[in-house]
Design a protein around this ligand. Structure first.
Ligand SMILES: C[S@@+](CC[C@H](N)C(=O)[O-])C[C@H]1O[C@@H](n2cnc3c(N)ncnc32)[C@H](O)[C@@H]1O
Length: 155
């Protein structure tokens, strides 16, 4: 966020390529939950899979929701955008999901990894049998950070 409360929203082709390289479109199925709307590119990729029955996207910043709707509206009855923080949602929800995608941060350094260590078990408790959690992994992560990241997601 800028000093005057302004936000900068951006994406680039490498971010979109990451979603495809990591098979976001193929791994998403059934009832899906996504944390972080941004410009909605990941949401569109998730919804491109016809096996997706519903996608709920949590976004804590109302300005982001407004801008996304202006620049990249998603007209799909399966999609619901909820203005709430993921922490708030995880403390109260009784919903369960087949696929969860975490995309609320840019880098996967120490601080993010410690936060993921806390939050991923809570997210896994919402999974239906056979369900999967996927999360953004920053391209610039070191081998050690990648190892810790996959350890969090796969245990
Ligand atoms: C990297 S962007 C997401 C990019 C998006 N996947 C796309 O395709 O454009 C991260 C988004 O997560 C949101 N966010 C950050 N922390 C959050 C939280 N705790 N709960 C909900 N949304 C959050 C930010 O406001 C921002 O819109």
């Amino acid at each position: 966020m800028g000093e005057n409360g302004s936000h900068t929203m951006w994406t680039d082709e490498s971010e979109k390529s990451w979603y495809y390289e990591n098979k976001l479109n193929l791994r998403a199925k059934g009832y899906c939950l996504e944390f972080g709307l941004g410009l909605g590119f990941a949401s569109e990729i998730i919804l491109s899979n016809p096996e997706v029955k519903q996608l709920k996207t949590l976004e804590m910043n109302l300005d982001v929701i407004t801008v996304q709707d202006m620049v990249n509206p998603i007209l799909d009855d399966r999609h619901a955008i909820v203005n709430a923080s993921m922490e708030e949602y995880l403390d109260t929800t009784e919903d369960t999901f087949d696929f969860v995608f975490i995309d609320t941060y840019i880098t996967t350094g120490n601080e993010t990894l410690s936060w993921l260590e806390d939050i991923v078990p809570k997210i896994k408790s919402l999974l239906n049998p056979g369900g999967e959690v996927m999360a953004w992994l920053d391209f610039t992560s070191s081998e050690e950070e990648k190892k810790r990241f996959y350890n969090i997601l796969n245990t």
